[in-house]
Design a protein around this ligand. Structure first.
Ligand code: AMP
Length: 305
């Protein structure tokens, strides 16, 4: 099976109470593809500039991520984003967003990318997401978005949502999109647009899964130390979609629950280091250990007779 992701490839300036990085490799598509690479074959689509060099490609290739659809824009600069976290790491301030090569990006997929089984439309302009969706025959497609697009391109975003099977968004954004006060009503409203699965990310409180017939919730893995939450949502999505792709794109209740646990396990490692640095020595065995920990954490024994 194979999985394609389209989204930002970036350099991030990140400041947390525990340190900073001036130019960390990042972007939703990078976090997602590295995370998904633990489960399946991954291809990434997105533009980069002249400042994106061999060192950056090497990080992706070491994880087996196919980069032939990364578009190098001659004379361009890679997407740049700067953020700062408060002591409460749930509070993040965006300090700068420079679209650079993303401003004129027109996705062009190779034949190999058009034929993937699973597709993830990471957070980018909804029209671009739809253009990619329309170029593939993926059997399973997921999407993420953010407040910026809900505000500025709601109609286009709703059209794009109607073309996918799984929506993964933050709780605030799900409420903002649907103008519904409860997540259940919000999830139902999103499902009315077409997707059969809605996953609501809730930061350090975990994630919730809604389908027509099921509800499931998983906490975040209890960590003693968090260094940088950047990429937690994208690596969660990478673990979740990567696992689903490895299971032939199944979306039955049991497979979805396992996918939620795998996504949470990967994200729990991601936040232990800056950006995607933790991926450098993360192994599938470690991910499986936390998957098992989630299984143990989630069992409630019945009342003794
Ligand atoms: P997350 O922490 O999972 O929300 O994702 C953080 C990543 O999203 C960073 O690596 C950024 O480069 C990227 N990012 C931030 N803002 C945007 C945006 N407006 N469009 C696309 N990607 C973005």
């Amino acid at each position: 099976m194979s999985l394609l992701v389209v989204g930002s490839i970036a350099f991030d300036a990140i400041k947390t109470p525990f340190g900073e990085r001036e130019r960390a490799l990042g972007g939703a598509a990078v976090h997602f593809s590295l995370a998904a690479s633990y489960f399946t074959d991954v291809r990434v689509v997105g533009p980069v500039g002249d400042d994106f060099g061999e060192d950056e490609y090497a990080v992706l290739r070491r994880h087996g991520v196919a980069t032939d659809d990364v578009e190098h824009v001659e004379g361009g600069k890679t997407f740049f984003w700067a953020c700062e976290y408060e002591w409460n790491l749930n509070v993040r301030h965006t300090l700068d967003t420079q679209l650079n090569v993303f401003a004129d990006f027109q996705p062009k997929l190779s034949e190999a990318s058009k034929q993937v089984e699973t597709l993830f439309l990471a957070n980018i302009q909804p029209d671009l997401q739809r253009e990619v969706r329309e170029q593939t025959q993926a059997k399973l497609a997921g999407l993420d978005s953010m407040n910026f697009w809900i505000d500025s391109e709601r109609e286009s975003l709703e059209r794009t949502i109607s073309t996918v099977d799984i929506v993964l968004m933050n709780d605030d954004e799900v409420r903002m999109l649907t103008e519904q006060p409860t997540l259940l009503k919000a999830a139902r409203q999103i499902m009315e647009l077409g997707p059969g699965v809605v996953v609501v990310k809730q930061g350090e409180y975990g994630a919730a899964l809604f389908t027509k017939d099921e509800f499931f919730a998983i906490p975040a893995y209890p960590l003693e130390t968090v260094i940088d939450p950047t990429g937690a949502g994208d690596s969660f999505a990478g673990g979740l979609l990567g696992y689903l792709d490895s299971q032939g794109g199944a979306t039955d209740a049991a497979t979805l629950r396992r996918a939620m646990a795998y996504g949470s396990a990967v994200a729990s490692y991601w936040v232990e280091e800056f950006g995607c640095e933790r991926a450098a020595d993360l192994t599938r065995e470690q991910i499986d250990e936390r998957f098992e920990a989630f299984r143990r954490m989630s069992v409630i024994e019945s009342v003794p007779a």
